[in-house]
Design a protein around this ligand. Structure first.
Ligand code: FUB
Ligand code: ZN
Length: 691
């Protein structure tokens, strides 16, 4: 059973924490391959790997002993015109610049400038406001990995200078715990609620993305100074150090990426220590649930508590596994993943059922209208699955990445790139007064998170492995990279995915070379045809990678045809909100009904969907260039339940006769595109006509 947090995340509990037994905590296994002496200052960055900073991917798994798959750099993949190109263009041209202005106008930069004596403005925003700036910097860093953008570069350089200028000589950096609040730094209760390490975790991630884009280490060195100068000498296991409680997991994954960047094994060890939890800081049981930290990660048996916290903790733990191969971590990660996909995930890839505590619910508790489904949590889901995929090459993780990306993440940003969803519900009624898309939230974690995700997308299309290349995501694009044996390789995709069923892939190694191309066959495609140079390939299995091993010659052509037949999905009957209802999916896209697309007088609340027609699919597809940036809309016969539409009042004597219905036609749009026109009712799950 999931426990609800009994206090708000923003309440600071003045609990008396005894600095009890200072027992040293064991450090977990260390990897062999990346070990090196701690760097003397920042000179070790880059030198440790002998690897070019600009060729490191979203994650640098080049030396991760337990990664089967390694990232390719963002710059190696150009996403040309098509579905994601449009989204990414809006992201870099509108969202990232407009968010920077909003960060300024909402005092996020003043928070830094005030400490440098350059602003009189008072502190603004919640304790984690610094992270908004850092996530934006990460988005800028990823965008700059794709293309040089002098204006963006100058802006980001300026922001980084302003940030670094207020770092204290100790390495400490935070704009909230200053002045009168400085005495509270890293106290147990502030570690619980104050987000100091969460902020720095985002700073480190941002700094690494920026470093990999530009080679500029200004922010990275500041991150290293915080960790090496402030954190490591004072906090950690052992009687001479104070304990850490990771009130909002984030530092764990940041420290491990820092380790991958510096080669300094202390960064990995510290992450392991945090994931282990330190029982010198004790919190009520509900705190271990809500914060998803403080007890050994490996003692977790199910997902619970604050959804973003849980997802980020799983990312950190998966990173830890990739470096150490610790089998108990792997076992726990799989237990939690099974819980996610069998009990706790929305059909959109969104997670977090409850607004109360922004939390996971009980098993099968997946309400639609009140769904929390925070954009950040769906992003955390994708990030976690990216790490699980790297460990295994198992397509089940890629299927979840695609589901979350196209649906529960993609819905988070408006089509014009200036409005954002914090919640991503699966049903909506504007009469409640909720404005679902907004340009700004005082808790503005989601907008820059979405921006960094879209900016980093090219890094998720492919991975390399010892014997070849994995292709995970489909869209018009060119990969210009090399195999792990060094052979230069280009792969071009031509497609109208996800609207059309075909993808033409041209494989061009610099010289003929034998390797395996692992082609993802999505689980949603009931069947698929693959040809290589016109010859059909056997063994194509949905939900698996198709291993194409051959001596590839320049210009070899693969053609893939997926099954884009629209299908309906039912949920486990124990999901009470979905009982008797179906969701509609075409390819990777989950669809929804918006009221304004339905015939006049037909209320969404009264409609039923007729999915029992004797055609192969009851859905008619309509390519609509004029609608929502260009979509395939779906039409299907439906009915209006007259019992539902005509009755006033709440309770009636049950009569077993079937209710009267009259026919109508229902129009579906992709879920990601909802709430981009007027404020109108929306639903993903619709009752089937004879339910
Ligand atoms: O606490 C920082 C972020 O703010 C969380 O990840 C989000 O859920 C939001 O509450
Ligand atoms: Zn968020």
């Amino acid at each position: 059973m999931t426990k609800r947090p009994e206090i708000s995340r923003r309440q600071f509990v003045g609990s008396a924490i005894s600095a009890a037994t200072m027992a040293a905590l064991p450090l977990s296994n260390l990897p062999r391959s990346r070990e090196k002496e701690p760097p003397s200052g920042s000179a070790a960055v880059g030198a440790s790997t002998g690897f070019e900073w600009k060729d490191e991917g979203v994650l640098n798994l080049v030396k991760s002993p337990h990664a089967k798959l390694r990232n390719v750099p963002i710059h190696a993949v150009t996403i040309a015109s098509g579905f994601w190109a449009a989204r990414r263009q809006v992201n870099v041209e509108k969202s990232i610049p407009s968010m920077e202005k909003l960060l300024e106008s909402n005092g996020r930069m003043d928070n830094f400038l005030r400490l440098a004596g350059k602003s009189d403005a008072p502190q603004r925003g919640p304790v984690f406001s610094d992270s908004d700036v850092y996530k934006w910097t990460e988005a800028a860093g990823f965008a700059l990995q794709s293309a040089g953008r002098p204006e963006l570069r100058n802006l980001a350089d300026k922001i980084i200078k302003e940030v670094v200028a207020v770092q204290e000589p100790s390495g400490y950096l935070n704009t909230y715990y200053v002045g009168d609040r400085a005495k509270d730094r890293m106290t147990p209760e502030v570690q619980r609620w104050g987000h100091e390490l969460y902020n720095i975790g985002h700073m480190i991630q941002g700094s690494i993305a920026y470093y990999r884009a530009t080679g500029d280490r200004t922010l990275l060195d500041a991150g290293i100074r915080f960790v090496d100068g402030f954190l490591l000498p004072n906090f950690g296991p052992g009687p001479d150090k104070k304990p850490i409680f990771s009130g909002h997991p984030e530092m764990e994954l940041a420290l491990i990426e820092l380790y991958r960047t510096t080669g300094d094994k202390r960064h990995l060890e510290l992450a392991g220590y945090i994931l282990q939890g330190d029982d010198r800081i004790k919190v009520p049981h509900r705190g271990y649930v809500y914060h998803f930290c403080g007890i050994p990660f490996t003692s977790r048996t199910h997902l619970e508590g604050h959804a973003v916290r849980a997802m980020y903790a799983c990312c950190g733990a998966a990173d830890y596994y990739l470096e150490t191969g610790d089998a108990t971590y792997w076992k726990t990660l799989n237990t939690l993943w099974d819980d996610l996909v069998n009990h706790q995930m929305y059909v959109t890839g969104g997670v977090g059922a409850r607004s109360d505590g922004e939390a996971f619910g009980d098993v099968y508790e997946l309400p639609n209208f009140t769904a929390y489904g925070e954009s950040c949590a769906a992003i955390g889901n994708m990030m976690w699955n990216w790490r699980m995929l790297a460990a295994t090459g198992d397509a089940k993780y890629a299927d979840i990445i695609e589901r979350a990306l196209y649906n529960g993440i993609n819905s988070g940003m408006s089509l014009d790139g200036t409005l954002y969803c914090y919640r991503n519900p699966l049903g909506f009624d504007p009469s409640g007064g909720d404005r679902i898309r907004n340009p700004w939230y005082d808790v503005t974690c989601c907008p820059p998170n979405l921006e960094r995700t879209f900016a980093s997308l090219p890094g998720y299309f492919y991975s390399t492995c010892a014997d070849g290349l994995y292709l995970h995501l489909y869209d018009n694009s060119v990969l210009d990279w090399h195999l792990e044996n060094g052979t230069p390789l280009k792969v071009q995709q031509k497609t109208n995915y996800p609207w059309k069923d075909g993808v033409d892939i041209t494989v061009t190694p610099e010289t003929p070379v034998e390797f395996t191309l692992y082609l993802r066959i999505p689980g949603w495609s009931d069947h698929a045809q693959v040809t290589v140079n016109g010859k059909a390939v056997s063994g194509v299995t949905p939900g698996e990678y198709l291993a194409l091993r051959r001596k590839w010659e320049p210009g070899d052509a693969i053609s893939v045809k997926f099954d884009l037949t629209t299908h309906t999905i039912e949920a486990n009957p124990r999901v009470v909100d979905d009982y008797g209802r179906v969701a509609v999916q075409r390819g990777p896209l989950v669809y929804c009904l918006e009221q304004l697309d339905q015939p006049e007088g037909v209320a969404l609340a009264d409609v039923r969907l007729d999915v029992n027609q004797k055609f192969s699919s009851p859905f008619q597809e309509e390519f609509r260039d004029d609608l929502l940036g260009g979509i395939v809309a779906l039409k299907c016969a439906g009915a209006v339940d007259e019992k539902s539409s005509s009755r006033a009042g709440l309770y009636f004597r049950y009569r077993p006769e079937t209710s009267k219905k009259h026919a109508t036609t229902l129009t579906f749009i992709p879920y990601y595109a909802w709430a981009n026109r007027a404020s109108t009712p929306m639903q993903v799950w619709t009752p089937a006509v004879n339910a």
